[in-house]
Design a protein. Structure first.
Length: 558
């Protein structure tokens, strides 16, 4: 094997890994975070967790990504530790789909139809379709599909390049001897673990193994321990992601590690005991891409079947390994700020899902701002010092939301986003600013009410009735805003617009009715300023609420 062949192999490996990255990125965009959202609503059934974990991993083509997502769910409190076990097990099964796709390269037949199934036959066609979709289609969805097709084509081209480059190795005795050494279970497992830990993808390391088997120098006796080691090596990603996470998130990563280590140990010990009693002839046969796919799938399915009944024991084992330490327990967020945990940094690896979590948190911020407006308006006719302080607390909470959400939005914006996601992110940032202003003006109303209480001032009976009507209309409008945020509906937006017009009419009536009385009242100047401040505060609350609806509408209409 000359220097040129080495460079070709390295180039093929680079294309293979880039193609896998591009494929996964495209699949994540097309899924739009939906698979992850389904996982986050998982029930307590471990079997359902296995099925959903396998399905999600098959879609996003990465067990590491799924497991890191689970660590994020547990860290943010979205998912309980026991719910995570099934998904982690399922992820190991779902990742085997990649090896089956790659095994198509090993198809050998003179039949035309069978030949068309080989990647080197259809990959160029997929690449051309992908380029056309990317260059000539305006739809983001079609462009994402184009990215998937191109990623797949690059992946297969890289694998074919690697296979061609390493083919001369079949004539080099040292290469053959190397894989004979890997037939030693311990050595083979260590090699598989190190390779997968370096590239942080069991799918990619299995693909490399499938490419190398074209040399005809890799027997199944070496393939089996290497695949076993690859399953352990893939745990490194989840372990790294758990650094700095909560205790339960660390435990989720350890569950992944224990599942793979124990599953590997049980399989390997059992297999080699049986092999010692009754030798398996197939171990000396030369491995094929499809044979590696079968081995990979069987290994992971076996480990899941064996350990699924003991899933809760894995939780216990992880809890023993990662104990609660009083000095390391982080103070819990106040209940009002708990939704901030939805925006876990681990979700940033999947921008569409991170955007979904950001929207969920912004919805919690909107609920707090609306609550502050409701409490502040109630103070106008029924003042309470305790309630006034509560409005001030709510405003501080909303400010905290604004800082955290804007920081998270900034981080999402650094990732590659589709045009649709970019528009939604921009609209969300606009909404966050308007929601914060709602809380600001709610506090302004509360301070005006406090000033009235301090100076022992009061409105006329007629003004109180009008202000009560005005306030109830404002509350109705902000309720419409909350409903529109959860489920955008043109009817809700139209009703909110009509309420805004109604508020303008009520405001004019209040000002006209109080004008004469305030001129005669010795406190008329003070009351005039306070009334003006209250009306301005409520008007601004409605304006910013309507702007939230308009920002969401701008995304819906495009």
């Amino acid at each position: 094997m000359d220097l040129l062949s080495i460079f070709t192999m390295i180039g093929g490996l680079a294309l293979f890994l880039y193609g896998m990255h591009l494929l996964g990125e495209g699949l994540a965009k097309v899924s739009g975070g939906k698979m992850e959202a389904i996982l986050s609503k998982l029930t307590d059934s471990p079997l359902k967790g296995v099925l959903l974990g396998a399905g999600a991993t098959a879609v996003i083509q990465s067990s590491s990504a799924t497991t890191v997502m689970v660590v994020g769910f547990v860290n943010s409190g979205i998912m309980q530790l026991r719910q995570a076990v099934g998904i982690i097990m399922g992820a190991n099964i779902g990742t085997t789909i990649t090896s089956w796709i790659l095994s198509l390269s090993g198809i050998e037949s003179d039949n035309l139809f069978v030949k068309l199934l080989k990647p080197d036959a259809f990959s160029p066609i997929l690449a051309m379709i992908g380029i056309i979709l990317l260059m000539f289609c305006k739809s983001e969805r079609k462009k994402d599909v184009g990215t998937i097709l191109i990623g797949f084509a690059i992946l297969m081209f890289g694998m074919d390049t690697m296979s061609s480059a390493v083919e001369p190795l079949r004539n080099i005795p040292a290469f053959t001897e190397l894989f004979v050494a890997f037939s030693n279970p311990i050595v083979g497992m260590i090699a598989g673990t190190i390779l997968t830990a370096i590239i942080q993808s069991s799918s990619a390391s299995v693909g490399i193994l499938q490419a190398l088997c074209i040399t005809g120098a890799i027997p199944y006796s070496a393939v089996l321990p290497i695949i076993a080691g690859q399953n352990i090596g893939t745990c490194i990603t989840a372990l790294l992601s758990s650094i700095g996470a909560s205790t339960n998130a660390k435990r989720a990563a350890f569950i992944h590690l224990y599942f793979n280590v124990i599953g590997t140990a049980v399989f390997m010990i059992g297999f080699y005991i049986i092999h010692y009693i009754s030798p398996f002839d197939f171990l000396e046969q030369i491995a094929t891409p499809s044979g590696i796919a079968v081995t990979h799938s069987f290994f992971n399915i076996f480990a899941t079947i064996i350990l699924l009944p003991f899933s809760y024991k894995l939780v216990t084992l992880a809890s023993i390994s990662v104990r609660d330490k009083e000095e390391n327990i982080e103070p819990e967020l106040p209940a009002k700020l708990a939704p901030l945990a939805n925006m876990d940094k681990r979700f940033l690896d999947n921008p569409p899902f991170a955007l979904t979590q950001c929207k969920k948190t912004t919805g919690a911020m909107l609920a707090l701002a609306n609550e502050s407006a409701e409490e502040a308006i109630a103070l106008i006719t029924n003042y309470s010092g305790k309630k006034a302080s509560y409005v001030e607390d709510l405003e501080n909470y909303v400010d905290c939301y604004e800082d955290e959400i804007n920081d998270y939005i900034f981080k999402i914006d650094l990732a590659p986003l589709s045009e649709a996601d970019s528009r939604e992110l921009s609209a969300m940032q606009n909404c966050v600013g308007n929601i914060e202003r709602v809380a600001d003006y709610a506090l302004s109303i509360a301070l005006s009410a406090k000033k009235m209480e301090k100076k022992k001032l009061d409105f006329s009976k007629e003004a109180k009735e009008d202000l009560k009507l005005y306030g109830s209309t404002v509350l109705s409008l902000i309720q419409h805003t909350a409903e529109y945020w959860e489920a955008p509906d043109p009817v809700i937006a139209n009703d909110a617009s009509q309420l805004e017009n109604e508020l303008n009419r009520i405001e004019k009536r209040i000002i006209k009715g109080e004008k004469k009385r305030l001129k005669k009242d010795k406190y008329g100047v003070d009351m005039g300023f306070i009334l003006s401040d209250i009306l301005l505060g409520m008007k601004k609350v409605t304006e910013h609420s309507v702007q939230v609806i308009e920002a969401v509408q701008s995304v819906q209409s495009e």
